[in-house]
Design a protein around this ligand. Structure first.
Ligand SMILES: *Cc1c(COP(=O)(O)O)cnc(C)c1O
Length: 432
């Protein structure tokens, strides 16, 4: 197994190198040279396997011996050591809850796996790396949590002041140890621009070994397949499910498509989008037209140029007719998102958050047009992370889950910074 750049101008490299470098110099994305096919007996025995066994068997061919089996199994065990319940909402719709991890969002899976791989690779080196992450809420806390206490690694998170929820902010700012949170007096785009500029700044790169932990990294992307297998493990209908994935940068759905290509029985995928409708537009008109993102309630999907789009093309040989056969898409606006949260809650007692609600609505429409099919939506975050929107929708207060109540007693520790690269650079240099 090797990893090639989707731009084909950088040389193919191993898992280790791809995980450590993140993105090829030619600005493409790394893509595995082959997608392994899992055996018939693997699927026959799926129901009796543990989560760690499934994760290990799924990821092992991609690592290709660069992490010994014993260590890799340990990493898998650690990565998926929480629940992934498939909860029935109605006769035809179930929710795969991906928010039972430490930061209550699905990004925990990729971030935990990636941090442990990098931890393994840097164990015997004395090279100190600094990971820079810009976040609109979920990414920063998942990455920071994953890297907490990892030797030779520092994490610097940039988040937009006043634009993340209270729980998200506490998750970002109360870890301590090797994690530093910078509260940027600006927008998420400012945070992202500052991080991008840091990676190309000569002085900084002379003094510090900077790395990113964004979802482009294969060590974050590929393990996101795991929970699609966990979903099928709990699926008790004869026919394969339609799976609806709330999509922003399309890392999650592309991981699901990789699982499908490995043999996982899935009837159809839905890329559920909010008003950032670049992909639904593409399927409709055959033209990919990136646009500036617009702000919505499901802000982790406010993306105007999905970074994994080229991987999606790669999975279907750049053939839009093949994509259309397997993937549908739909755009759901904020008003419908609010209505959906409220309707589902009052009809079935199930509480969705905005990203899951977008996925629910897209699935609901698809099933209405395809009677007889049944489906799963991925609920990618806990409702408490988007408490304002959820409470506004249902008109009731919701309780902070026991597992995160401790956060409310912690003191936020952040460094306030202007949205200027010069200030950020000064801060980083002072630490080097
Ligand atoms: C990141 C995120 C998404 C979007 O996932 P992509 O892999 O970028 O498509 C959806 N929901 C939540 C809650 C997220 O944090």
């Amino acid at each position: 197994m090797h990893y090639y750049s989707t731009n084909h101008k950088s040389p193919p490299i191993s898992f280790r190198e791809a995980a450590v470098t993140g993105q090829p110099q030619d600005k493409g994305l790394y893509f595995p040279s082959e997608i392994p096919h899992l055996s018939g007996s693997f699927f026959q025995d799926l129901k009796s396997k543990s989560k760690a066994e499934i994760a290990f068997e799924v990821i092992r061919p991609y690592i290709d011996g660069e992490i010994p089996d014993k260590e890799l199994f340990g990493i898998c065990e650690d990565t998926v050591n929480f629940d992934f319940p498939l909860v029935k909402i109605s006769d035809t719709v179930s929710s795969l809850e991906l928010y039972h991890g430490p930061t209550m969002a699905f990004k925990d899976v990729g971030a935990r796996f990636m941090s442990r791989c990098l931890g393994y690779f840097s164990k015997d080196s004395d090279r100190h790396v600094t990971i820079l992450v810009a976040t609109s809420g979920d990414t920063g806390s998942a990455v920071a949590n994953g890297f907490l206490g990892v030797k030779n690694v520092d994490v610097v998170i940039l988040y937009p002041s006043g634009k993340v929820s209270n729980i998200q902010e506490l998750q970002l700012t109360t870890l301590g140890q090797n994690i530093t949170a910078l509260e940027v007096n600006g927008t998420f785009d400012d945070c992202q621009a500052m991080v991008k500029q840091a990676f190309t700044d000569t002085d900084l790169n002379k003094k510090l070994s900077l790395t990113s932990a964004n979802s482009i990294n294969i060590a974050r992307w590929l393990p996101q397949q795991f929970y699609y297998f966990f979903a099928l493990q709990q699926w008790d209908h004869k026919e394969p499910p339609v799976i609806s994935v709330p999509s922003g940068n399309f890392g999650n759905i592309c991981a699901g498509l990789v699982a499908y290509k490995s043999g996982l029985p899935v009837d159809h995928f839905i890329a559920a989008c909010n008003s950032n409708d670049i992909f639904p537009d593409y399927l409709l008109n055959g033209e990919y037209k990136p646009k500036p993102s617009v702000a919505t309630y499901s802000n982790a999907m406010d993306v105007g140029d999905p970074s994994n789009f080229v991987r999606l093309l790669g999975l279907f040989d750049n053939d839009i007719s093949k994509i259309r056969q397997m993937v549908s898409s739909c755009s759901v606006n904020d008003t419908t998102t609010l209505d959906t949260i409220s309707r589902v809650y009052h009809e079935s007692g199930y509480l969705l958050e905005p990203h899951g609600a977008v996925a629910f609505k897209a699935l609901d429409e698809y099933l209405a047009q395809h009677p007889g099919k049944k489906g799963i939506l991925l609920e990618t975050a806990h409702p408490i992370k988007f408490v304002d929107v959820v409470e506004k929708s249902i008109g009731e207060k919701i309780a902070v889950p026991d597992a995160s109540r401790y956060l409310l007693g912690l003191k936020k520790q952040s460094v306030l910074i202007a949205p200027e690269f010069a200030k950020f650079k000064e801060f980083l240099l002072a630490r080097s």
